[in-house]
Design a protein around this ligand. Structure first.
Ligand code: GDP
Ligand code: MG
Length: 282
C-alpha cells in the first residue's frame, strides 16, 4: 500500500508499478479520493498495490471518508510504502511517517529524484538512516526510474500465499468507476481554485452499442455559479472537458465513445452522507 502526503506522486507511482494508467494524477493536491487497487501479475508472484488519498487533516465530511480509506489501508497492508517527494521537507515527512501506526514491513520511497541533486538525496538518506527505520529506495515515478528495483525489494518482503485474484485481473473496480475518474482528472486539470474540490462525477449510463460505447455522466457541483464555470462561455469549457475526457476513455476501454455530460447542482453534497453514498464515497 502506498501512503504519503498529498502530491507525493502516489498515483503516478501506482501507474509506473503497473505499467498501466489506472490512477488519475494532477499537479493539484487531493486528486485521489478512493482506494484504488492495481494487481501486478508475474510468474510466481502477485502483488496487489493500493493507492490511497494523501494524508491530511479532515476539513469536511468527504475528507473524513478519505482518511478512513487511509486508516483501513494502513491496517491491512503486508508492506507499507511511505512515499515522499524529494523536494519536500524530509523532517515533516519523517514526523508524519513515524506517527502512522503500521505493524507491517515498511519501505521508504523517495520520489521525484529527477528534480533534486545528489547532495539533496544524500541529506534525506542520512536523516532517515539515523533512525534505522526501513530500507530506502529512490525512484522517479514520472520518468520510470528504479521502479524495477522497488518491485524486487517488495517481493522479498511479501508473505508466501496463494494468489488472491485471478492472474488476468488488473483491478477490482468496474470500468464505469475509471470512466468517472478520467472525467474527474480532466476537471482537476482544466478548472481552478475551488472548482475541482467542489465537484464529483457520477456515470449514469454505460452502454455498449454496435460500433461505440454510449456513456452519460453527471458532473455534480455545489452551487449554481459553479455550474456556470463548468459550462463556460457558450459551453466552451465543458466542450473541451468532454473531448479530452472522451479521448482518454477511448484509450482506456479500447472502443469509440459517445460521451454526454450533464451538470447538476447538489447543495453542499460534500457534507451530506446521502450524497456521499450516492456518489460512491462509502
Ligand atoms: P498523489 O497526490 O500523491 O497521488 O500525486 P500524483 O501522482 O497525482 O502526482 C502529483 C504531481 O507530481 C503530478 O503533477 C505528477 O506528474 C508529479 N510527479 C509524480 N511523480 C513524479 C516524479 O517522479 N517526478 C516529477 N518531476 N514529477 C512527478
Ligand atoms: Mg493520488
Amino acid at each position: 500500500n502506498i501512503f504519503g502526503k498529498p502530491n507525493a506522486g502516489k498515483s503516478t507511482l501506482l501507474n509506473a508499478l503497473l505499467g498501466e494508467k489506472l490512477a488519475i494524477t494532477s499537479p493539484k493536491v487531493q486528486t485521489t479520493r478512493h482506494r484504488i487497487l492495481g494487481i501486478l501479475n508475474r510468474a510466481e508472484v502477485q502483488i496487489i498495490f493500493s493507492d490511497t488519498p494523501g494524508i491530511i487533516k479532515p476539513e469536511y465530511k468527504l475528507h473524513e471518508k478519505m482518511m478512513q480509506v487511509v486508516k483501513f489501508a494502513l491496517e491491512d497492508a503486508d508492506v507499507a510504502l511511505f512515499l515522499m517527494d524529494a523536494t519536500d521537507s524530509p523532517e515533516k515527512n519523517r514526523e508524519l511517517f513515524s506517527s502512522l501506526k503500521v505493524k507491517s514491513s515498511k519501505i521508504l520511497v523517495i520520489n521525484k529524484t529527477d528534480l533534486v541533486s545528489r547532495e539533496k538525496l544524500q541529506e534525506i538518506n542520512r536523516l532517515f538512516q539515523e533512525q534505522k527505520l526501513e530500507p530506502i529506495i529512490e525512484v522517479s515515478a514520472l520518468k520510470n526510474e528504479n521502479i524495477e528495483a522497488l518491485i524486487e525489494k517488495i517481493i522479498t518482503l511479501l508473505p508466501q500465499c496463494p494468489p488472491y485474484y485471478p492472474e488476468d485481473m488488473l483491478t477490482e473496480k468496474p470500468v464505469r468507476f475509471f470512466v468517472g475518474e478520467l472525467i474527474r482528472e480532466k476537471i482537476f486539470n482544466l478548472y481552478h481554485k475551488e472548482i475541482p474540490y467542489h465537484t464529483t462525477v457520477l456515470v449514469t449510463q454505460f452502454e455498449e452499442k454496435n460500433t461505440l460505447t454510449k456513456i452519460a455522466a453527471d458532473i455534480i457541483v455545489q452551487r449554481e455559479t459553479q455550474k456556470g464555470i463548468i459550462l463556460g462561455e457558450k459551453g466552451k469549457a465543458i466542450k473541451e472537458l468532454g473531448s479530452l475526457a472522451r479521448l482518454d476513455i477511448e484509450n482506456f476501454i479500447g472502443r469509440k465513445v459517445f460521451l454526454e455530460l450533464h451538470v447538476k447542482v447538489r447543495d453542499r453534497w460534500r457534507d451530506k452522507d446521502i450524497f456521499l453514498k450516492e456518489y460512491g464515497y462509502n
